[in-house]
Design a protein. Sequence first.
Length: 144
Amino acid sequence: MSKVCKECGHQMDDNVQICPNCGCPVENARASAFMDKDVLNQGKSTEAESIISGVAASILKWGNILSVIVPICTIFKSIAALAMVREGGEVAIIIIGYIIEAVIYYFLIRLIAKLIWGVIMLFVNMSTTLKRIEIKLEEQNGTH
């Protein structure tokens, strides 16, 4: 029993959706799972933290995949452009230009994916840390 009704203060099981004492709807399970005091006190990750971290990891994974696919497409584009060019002097410039473009795409996509991942993880860690501090302060003041 870790849920407490926000209306009457009755303690409830984790899986109930309505308070058996007053009938008040229980808060969204995902939101309450994010700030589960028992889990946070033990220093473990909550269910919501795990879900958000999974989404962030997925963004990072797809960013890494795109950072490989986009430069490969650029290389194919350069091959197609080279097939159209007949003069030898312009070929070297075109090849160098497409290689530079592919490298820029690679690093830019990886950077964007890592930035998005970092921002998501920063907010998850900040909110969890603030909640842990709040729990510790409540414990010190005796106002569970």
